[in-house]
Design a protein around this ligand. Structure first.
Ligand SMILES: [Fe+2]
Length: 450
């Protein structure tokens, strides 16, 4: 198990082209400017040069199945409505009435026939065209000539994910995502239902959140309980436009963990999730991961699931994608974990951690979400109930499970140090190659190179 720029050789099971390492991208050895973590001018530059110019994940497609379905997407001070129009196309508009600027939509999601402004009841079709100016005869036609339709932005989908972009000059979403499109498509996220959605306020810059989620280097220190069930060695793949991938091997103890043989309680739980009886399992802890891969293949045949498209690694592990600028998606055949790092509108030292679980409903007796996903037994997975967004203010524990709660406690400590005059910018290892890749791309936008 050697280490190179792409991380360790971590795969077990059959070789598969999905697992192939991406060609090396050399992001150098520089020490980035730490003002990015706290400076208001930097935050302003990010708005002007990053947020308004990149593709932003606004919704999952399963929340927009039918004409009239909409999702509100807020990013810093802006608000957008993504909606499926009467012809079945997805559209995105600024959440603004052209009359006096009132917001049109106040709820997170829902279904409507048309937009009606709460102020003077102007109406707009789902594709943003004005259909009613109240008391139109009281306007000079030369006033209405300035335009009475909603302002729209680009809206494109890939792999069941809906993105918006404010920049008419930006490349297409498919060109922007590059190789991630085909890889994400394997998971058919569009057919998964959102079964959990929580937004919690954290006391750190949004990039502090990205940084923490982009590496496994901190697991031994911040999340020592993961060492029994999760290998913290990873393969890191970097792709153009700041995109990246890494694998998190599950059901395999970290080499830092003293007992590599005994099937510990955490691994027993993962075996049981895959349909293996942990009490009769005769393998070691080190053999559990491969056993889970085989068991999932067997179960896929029984439930008629299309798992032939997945590598063995994809079956057992978390396959994690970083989508520039602010999204990470942990992919499993059963579900995806979508993390968005949403900057605070005014304070560079706060962000909202947005956490969505989308789950593929399998209508078969005995099939349930893996226990490690931490869902309660009564959660509805059929797609009939789309849970409301739970919101947790700053200073209140987000109750996202032990691991994420540990991160939420640590990040304000990192933030405090990172804003000190004594901190001169991060020093990244190859294990943190995704961070360097992300920040290098960010710097390209900030400097005007992109
Ligand atoms: Fe963490």
């Amino acid at each position: 198990m050697g280490f190179d720029f792409n991380g360790w050789d971590i795969h077990v099971g059959s070789p598969h082209p999905f697992n192939d390492r991406a060609p090396r991208i050399d992001n150098g050895t520089g020490r980035p400017d730490p003002r990015r973590y706290f400076d208001k001018d930097w935050m302003k530059a990010e708005w002007d040069r990053v947020w308004t110019r990149t593709w932003l994940l606004a919704a999952v497609e399963s929340d927009l199945r039918d004409p009239g379905d909409f999702v509100k997407f807020d990013i810093l001070d802006e608000s957008f409505i993504v909606v499926r129009d009467k012809n079945g196309s997805l559209r995105a508009h600024y959440n603004v009435c052209p009359h006096r600027g009132s917001q049109l939509i106040l709820s997170d999601f829902g279904s409507i026939e048309q937009f009606t402004c709460p102020f003077h009841s102007w109406q707009f079709s789902l594709d943003g065209n004005n259909i009613k100016v109240t008391d139109a005869e009281t306007f000079d036609p030369d006033v209405l000539c300035h335009g009475t339709d909603m302002s729209s932005v680009r809206c494109e989908t890939a792999a069941g994910l809906v993105f918006i972009c404010m920049d008419p000059e930006a490349p297409s979403l498919h060109d922007y995502l590059g190789p991630l499109v085909d890889q994400l498509q394997l998971y058919d996220i569009g057919s998964m239902n959102v079964i959990h959605h929580k937004q919690s306020a954290w006391g750190a810059n949004w990039k502090g959140g990205v940084d923490a989620f982009y590496e496994l280097y901190h697991l031994h220190s911040v999340h020592p309980q993961t060492q029994a069930v999760m290998d913290d060695r990873t393969q890191i793949d970097l792709y153009p436009n700041g995109m990246s991938r890494q694998f998190v091997p599950f059901a395999q103890p970290s080499p830092r963990f003293p007992d590599q043989t005994t099937v510990n309680p955490g691994i027993k739980m993962m075996l049981a999730d895959a349909g293996i009886d942990p009490e009769t399992f005769s393998g070691t802890a080190q053999e559990s991961r491969a056993a889970i891969q085989s068991a999932k293949r067997e179960r896929a045949k029984k439930y008629n699931l299309d798992y032939d498209k997945f590598s063995d690694t994809q079956l057992s592990d978390s396959t994690i994608y970083g989508i520039f600028p602010n999204v990470q998606i942990g992919c499993h055949p059963e579900a995806v974990f979508i993390h968005r790092f949403l900057p605070h509108p005014t304070d560079p030292e706060q962000f909202t951690y947005d956490n969505i679980i989308a789950f593929r409903h399998i209508d078969a007796p005995g099939y349930r979400a893996p226990a490690w996903m931490g869902l309660s037994d009564d959660v509805d997975t059929t797609g009939m109930i789309r849970p409301e967004i739970a919101r947790v203010p700053l200073g209140v524990p987000p109750e996202l499970g032990e691991v994420l709660d540990q991160d939420s406690e640590l990040l304000p400590i990192v933030q405090k140090g990172a804003r000190s005059r004594g901190f001169r910018g991060p020093l990244w290892s190859y294990q943190e190659g995704r961070l360097r890749h992300f920040h290098t791309e960010l710097d390209r936008y900030i400097s005007g190179e992109k």
